[in-house]
Ligand binder design. Structure first.
Ligand code: AMP
Ligand code: ZN
Length: 112
């Protein structure tokens, strides 16, 4: 997706602060953090949202979700962390490339 901001981050066309990368998944710090630690886990392939996932994405979703506690631990969130997946306009999604927010520390703002 040439106009997708997260695809551009995957391609290195937009800078990001990477905290994890493998062949299928990338994680980087959110540019507008709402907690002391706030990163985004994304698939390298373009998938617009959780609502666009199919059974073929099962392993990828599992890989992304399993990365959350690992990143949280690496970022020092020993007491716990939050995960959030906004889906669709009604779900508050602003960037239409699937991502899991992982955040915690400080006094996180509750997004509903
Ligand atoms: P959502 O509302 O779930 O779609 O959240 C999109 C998130 O992407 C927001 O928290 C933004 O701060 C974050 N974001 C947008 N552009 C960038 C960027 N270039 N680098 C890092 N995070 C970004
Ligand atoms: Zn994309």
């Amino acid at each position: 997706m040439s106009d997708c901001i997260f695809c551009k981050i995957v391609a290195g066309e937009i800078p990001s602060t990477k905290v994890y990368e493998d062949d299928e998944v990338l994680a980087f710090n959110d540019i507008h953090p709402f907690a002391r630690v706030h990163c985004l886990i994304i698939p390298k392939m373009h998938v617009a949202s959780l609502a666009d996932c199919a059974p073929e994405h099962q392993a990828l979703l599992g890989r992304m979700l399993l990365l959350a506690p690992r990143l949280a631990k690496e970022q020092g969130l020993d007491a716990g962390f939050k995960t959030l997946v906004n889906t669709g306009r009604g779900g508050g999604q602003e960037v239409f490339h699937l991502h899991i927010h992982v955040f915690g520390g400080g006094d996180p703002v509750r997004r509903t």
